[in-house]
Design a protein around this ligand. Sequence first.
Ligand SMILES: Cc1cc2nc3c(=O)[nH]c(=O)nc-3n(C[C@H](O)[C@H](O)[C@H](O)COP(=O)(O)O)c2cc1C
Length: 199
Amino acid sequence: MNNESILDIPDSYSCVEETLQVAERILSDAVDNSKTLFHTLVVSSFDGFKISSRVMVLREFDFDKRIMRFHTDYRAPKIKQFSNESIATVIGYDPSIKVQIKLHGKVNVHYNNDISKKAWEGSTNRSKKCYSVKGGSSKQIKDPYEYDIQEYDVESGYKNFSALIFSFDTLEFLYLKRSGHRRAIHSWDNGLVSSWLVP
Ligand SMILES: Cc1cc2nc3c(=O)[nH]c(=O)nc-3n(C[C@H](O)[C@H](O)[C@H](O)COP(=O)(O)O)c2cc1C
């Protein structure tokens, strides 16, 4: 059984609300399903001059709260960017279901607080290991072998760990199929408003 049938993804869309329901199913599934490309999303930040994009693992999706959670190294450049300017976009596409989902919103950085603690406690030792790398993410180095993690105390990585909470206010759904492309925008400015767009 492929992911399309497991998630009950329709072959065509005639009702705009259905695109949001399908997006919810895709993103909820993507948290624990490493086989879908929605598990690794592209997260973009803006520092006032340039946009930076990077792939990140989706750790939590809560449709009712309209949030996503990502984990990162607190020493990474994106921390400074999101702390100064919280606007962000998140985008994913999975060709096996022909769906692109694009979200706009804001990222809040959580470091050494209840949210980061809970996220750390819910992480596997394999994930925690990354945060024990010395020197800090993105530092320029001469020899990458020196930075392979050898002996480490897994819990010591917590001091470098942070959780990013992305709160979204628009979700755009795009389905490309020869029989008829479908594009819909869902915005939560003053309650939910949904509309079709020209694809
Ligand atoms: C498949 C994949 C998954 C990744 N997951 C994460 C992640 O969950 N968190 C993270 O900080 N970086 C992750 N990265 C690395 C980022 O894409 C990026 O290179 C790194 O975070 C540095 O980003 P920055 O310089 O914009 O801060 C992942 C990369 C790949 C290829």
